[in-house]
Design a protein around this ligand. Structure first.
Ligand code: PEP
Length: 250
């Protein structure tokens, strides 16, 4: 039985004062929760704040990106080891907001994935299709290709220590979530693709859904067999809404 996991993606929101309030509310609301993992992925400058506030709680923290290189003359980049220095355990990789705006290739994303694992971080790999791709019926081909770059280069066993988040691009920040059936069908496809190569990695792989999850639609989504939790953007900035989603998952 895979335990549900809810991951907050704060994106580029917050400041020291507002983060303090939000994290205090997370701690008050979520510390006693059983049967669900909670992670908050903060902007790089606030990793230290997350570490000092969350280190003795059951809430883990992580980053929203990392460098594909371990060290070197890469101005502005942040390595996996640097994230570990601040106690991070998770890192989001290949989020479509980055992949599109910063032209991240599947190859770069695959390298980041193994860089993260090499330092003991759990990568949260985002995959998903555009609206045009869904309307054309090629969503499985698109998501399959995103996974293939990692599967073909590093094998399926790497997914035993990773998380995949299915994030249809048309659902992110739009208020238009995928239906529970659409999401379940893609999650089943993702698990099946890994299972074809490594059954045990597929059985333990957590596959999250992300894209306009809110306290109302969380109920239908999180009950689906292959939906192991959620990656939550907007609603993670509201302590009450985030709490409701975590309670639903629990
Ligand atoms: C996200 O950032 O990954 C996300 C799913 O955002 P939202 O919940 O706001 O759609």
């Amino acid at each position: 039985m895979r335990q549900k996991l809810v991951v907050a993606n704060w994106k580029m929101h917050g400041n020291l004062a507002s983060n303090k309030q939000l994290l205090e509310a997370y701690i008050a609301n979520l510390s006693a929760l059983k049967n669900v993992g909670v992670v908050v992925c903060v902007p790089y400058p606030y990793l230290g704040q997350a570490q000092s506030m969350l280190q003795h709680t059951n809430i883990a923290w992580g980053a929203q990106n990392l460098s594909k290189d371990p060290v070197g003359p890469f101005t502005g980049e942040v390595s996996a080891a640097m994230l570990k220095d601040f106690g991070a355990s998770y890192v989001i990789i290949g989020h479509s907001e980055r992949a599109t705006a910063y032209c991240e290739s599947d190859e770069n994303i695959a390298t980041k994935f193994v860089q993260a694992q090499a330092q003991g971080l759990t990568p949260i790999l985002c995959v998903g299709e555009t609206l045009i791709e869904r309307e054309a019926g090629v969503m499985e081909m698109v998501v399959g290709k995103q996974l293939d770059t990692i599967l073909n280069t590093y094998g399926a066993a790497v997914f035993a220590n990773a998380i995949v988040s299915y994030e249809p691009i048309w659902a992110i920040g739009t208020g238009l979530a995928a239906s529970a059936e659409q999401a379940q069908s893609m999650h089943e496809f993702i698990r099946g693709k890994v299972a074809a190569l490594d059954k045990s990695a597929a059985a333990s792989l957590k596959i999250l859904y992300g894209g306009s999850v809110n306290p109302q639609n969380a109920v239908q989504l999180l009950v689906m067999q292959d939906i192991d939790g959620g990656l939550i953007g907007k609603c993670s900035l509201n302590a009450q809404e985030f709490e409701k989603i975590c309670l639903t998952a629990a």
